[in-house]
Design a protein around this ligand. Structure first.
Ligand SMILES: [Zn+2]
Length: 109
């Protein structure tokens, strides 16, 4: 389960920033095309946060939609999964967003 490795790196990077302060809330931005399942991430977060400054912290997850630009007709297309076509029929798409996995904010005591 790759969510576990991702969560571990999130917990590590937050711990490195808060210098021992107790964390109340962590807000994440996850692209719909990143392959990360928010529910799985939540479950892993509870496990990984145990015994750290993040234990009991709330986890806010905002999912960002996938967007791409068609290299043939220059239209912007919303991507629901990684296999997508432009309405013009082209599959020559440049992904603009949807792959993010970012820590947006961390709230400490
Ligand atoms: Zn197109």
């Amino acid at each position: 389960m790759h969510e576990l490795a991702i969560t571990e790196s999130i917990v590590e990077s937050v711990e490195g920033r808060v210098h021992g302060a107790k964390v109340l809330r962590v807000a994440l931005e996850i692209g719909k095309l990143s392959g990360v399942v928010p529910d799985a991430l939540r479950a892993c977060f509870e496990l990984c946060a145990e015994g750290t400054v993040m234990e009991g912290a709330a986890l806010d997850i905002e999912e960002t939609p996938g967007r791409a630009r068609c290299r043939d007709c220059d239209a912007q297309v919303e991507l629901l999964d990684t296999i997508a076509l432009c309405p013009c029929g082209s599959a020559n798409l440049a992904m603009l967003s949807g792959n993010e996995l970012k820590i947006r904010s961390v709230e400490v005591v």
